[in-house]
Design a protein. Sequence first.
Length: 347
Amino acid sequence: MQGVGVTSVMVAVQFAEVGVNTMIKSANTNGMSNFVYVVYSNFLALCILVPSSLLYHRKKAAPPLTVSIVCRMFLVGFFASSAQTLMYTGIGYSSPTLSCSQVDLIPAFTFLIAVVSRMENLNPKLKGSQAKMVGTVVSITGALIVTLYKGLPLTGAYQLHETLRSPKSNWLLGGLLLAVASLGNSFVLVIQTWIIKEYPTELVVTTISCGFAVIVSTIIAVIAEKNPKAWSLHLDMELLAIIFCAIFVVSIRSVVQTWACRKKGPLYVAMFNPLGMVIAVGMGFIFLGDALYLGSIIGAGVIAVGFYAVLWGKAQEEKMLDEKNGMGSLHSSSSSTPLLQNKNIDV
């Protein structure tokens, strides 16, 4: 499953994640505790992942774990649960649309971390590297346009204007929390790639990391959540959001994301976050009644340009690598062919 397959799966993941964020915003308006939400969603995901992992590896045992790998899995769980808490709190202060625009900072953070850790090749003389650099900057520019420039309201302006003026709305604080969450998610992508190169078993990596996330998020929730009633669940949007998040975001997305990191690298996976911005604008307008602003349309277009520039750059690098490997294997096979065999072919 390469190329188009990886791209299609990552696009589907973005749709699922934006859908969950939209439900979280709706649940937040009814008083949902973000700390408790993160605990329950990770715990339910762990209940799904543990039997899935045992079932998958019942015939073929997973490779033995080392202390170094387990420590990295803990870091993934720590950064993932912290980023979840910050992100969902930020969504409560703002909207799913702003969430996706700030999440577009993940490619920039991931690009810098991956270059420093030498997971991504950067040669300014090559067109592929140039496209990746330009595309990353363009995507960030698009995210900033959506966040800082609203422009003319195209529809439903009055409703959103009143929401932003209300005491409960704190757009700036929400944006700051979401930006820090994006940095945490960038570390998750890079560390996942670091793990999977030495321990290529996505399901086990996701399961153990999720276990650590449950522990970390529980500690945070016990300290931060002072209302005991927040731990009780009811048949409402909060329970639905927990179930969907556990299945589609924590479980499926995490496994797919780890697999894609092994196939394409952390930057490739991170570059699908700008696509979520376009999806969020549409879903926020349709399901939450968010206003559609000119800035959102312009920003979404700029983000799309940057997104495809990075994809093109990655494709160029892979093409050059394939050509280089092909030339090397051709040279190796021709040089290792016995002289007698060459004579027989000529005859």
